[in-house]
Design a binder for this molecule. Structure first.
Ligand code: OGA
Ligand code: MN
Length: 197
């Protein structure tokens, strides 16, 4: 699917699930980067922002590591996302200004309770992206991403975090949750942002 088709689909539906948008060798490199080697590169994720940040593992159990454009694998991913950013801007006049992104590892037993990616007081996240890095993910492993319509009551999509799958969705329109994973679950979450006013 090309960027114009992605743009059209996002306009019509608000989210899109892509089967294997990246080349397998790149996905393999990203998988290799999404490993907690004990070097403290990965840290427990927090909820909220600034002084209100909370560390509430029952609500959010992942370990995260922000991408680093001086790393060659991260750089290739960020370059791909940059092409998507400029293509979506050209098609949709979204004014997307930058992209922030982190690796995430959910250990067995971890999930992420229903939330919005648009943080209180900071409405600059426009599009959310998640790229999954889990070979041979079975339904019994749990860990699905569930998207809800805006009021948060009705499920509109359930996505298996299977290797190579990417979802892109309008950050403000879809509350979502990560169901408890029963096996280690790896992904790259990211957000296209507009300049905050
Ligand atoms: C997030 C998030 C979803 C997923 O990191 O904000 O909702 O499927 N991730 O990993
Ligand atoms: Mn989220």
């Amino acid at each position: 699917m090309n960027i114009a088709e992605i743009a059209e689909h996002l306009t019509r539906v608000g989210y899109i699930v892509l089967d294997a948008p990246l080349q397998k060798p790149l996905s393999d490199l990203l998988f290799a980067r999404c490993q907690d080697d004990g070097s403290a590169r990965f840290k427990a994720a927090k909820i909220g922002r600034g002084a209100t940040q909370k560390h509430l593992s029952p609500l959010r159990g992942d370990m995260i590591s922000w991408l680093d454009d001086t790393n060659s694998s991260d750089f290739v991913y960020l370059t791909w996302m940059e092409a998507l950013r400029s293509g979506l801007n050209a098609a949709l006049f979204l004014g997307l200004f930058d992209f922030e992104s982190h690796y995430a590892i959910y250990g067995a037993g971890a999930g992420y309770a229903k939330h919005s990616d648009v943080l209180q007081g900071a409405k600059n996240r426009i599009l959310s992206t998640v790229f999954y890095l889990n070979d041979d993910w079975q339904t019994s492993h749990g860990g699905e991403l569930r998207l809800f319509e805006a009021t948060g009551e009705t499920i509109i999509a359930t996505v298996n975090p299977s290797f190579g799958t990417m979802i892109i969705f309008l950050s403000e329109s879809f509350p979502h949750e990560v169901l408890t994973a029963h096996r280690t679950r790896r992904s790259i979450a990211g957000w296209f942002r507009v300049r905050s006013s």
